[in-house]
Design a protein around this ligand. Structure first.
Ligand SMILES: N[C@@H](CCC(=O)N[C@@H](CS)C(=O)NCC(=O)O)C(=O)O
Length: 220
């Protein structure tokens, strides 16, 4: 991810302090997780506003009427796509060079994850919503689309984009985590040891655990 020159910088106050951004989040949302991790990694402080998806605060809907989390409000502008929040955070600070990745390969992973994989994940997670679908076929499609390619790439490198962690790992693992949690027993039986190791490494990381605090629900 290259640092986007078009992304606005936060307003700097007279004493060189940044205005505190407001961040609307939902603890279990994988999009919000990737954004929280990038913000934390970049050392950006923000006011955390935990929301309930069924009862979104008016202030969040005013800032971003589409009504999805995460939403980051920085003085004068709003970022309401998780990848834009990650990109913005890395443009402020990227101490371990998470942003140095091949654009085409990273885009390929993200398109697959946020597109067809997310659809399959929802079908796998909420079978009652899709009574017409065969669950074994959904699982099989998920394995072919995502799990097998992940395992294959992890056979030749420690992380998705090479031998160091990048924003692409951070953007994708919360979704694999969600997949693994639908049926931990089923996940355990899948023949993907490297993917499990990669996932465990992320879910056991200090960074991930530091962004999984429970917050009381924000009320406007
Ligand atoms: N493309 C958005 C997707 C965010 C998204 O779909 N978030 C879900 C929660 S995981 C949401 O807020 N859904 C709205 C709802 O359920 O009402 C992003 O990357 O930020």
């Amino acid at each position: 991810m290259s640092v986007e020159e078009t992304l606005p910088k936060p307003k700097v106050l007279a004493d060189n302090e940044l205005m505190m951004p407001i961040f609307y989040s939902y603890r279990r949302c994988p999009y919000a997780m990737r954004a929280r991790m990038a913000l934390k990694y970049a050392g950006i402080e923000f006011e955390h506003r935990e929301i309930e998806l069924r009862n979104k605060p008016q202030s969040m809907l005013l800032a971003s009427p589409k009504g999805t989390v995460p939403v980051l409000c920085i003085d004068g502008f709003v970022l309401d796509q998780s990848l834009d929040i990650m990109k913005w955070a890395l443009s402020i600070s990227d101490p371990d060079h998470w942003g140095e990745v091949n654009e085409n390969i990273s885009q390929h992973w993200i398109d697959k994850n946020d597109g067809p994989f997310k659809i399959l994940l929802d079908q796998y997670k909420y079978p009652n919503r899709y009574p017409e679908l065969n669950q074994a076929a959904v699982l099989n499609a998920t394995i072919e689309l995502m799990l097998k390619p992940l395992e294959l790439v992890l056979e030749s490198s420690e992380y998705l984009m090479g031998n160091k962690l990048t924003w692409v790992d951070v953007a994708i693992f919360p979704f694999i985590r969600q997949f693994s949690m639908v049926s931990p027993q089923q996940f355990e039986q899948l023949p993907f040891p490297l993917t499990k190791k990669w996932l465990n490494q992320q879910t056991q990381s200090e960074l991930f655990n530091s962004i999984m605090h429970k917050y009381p629900v924000w009320i406007d």
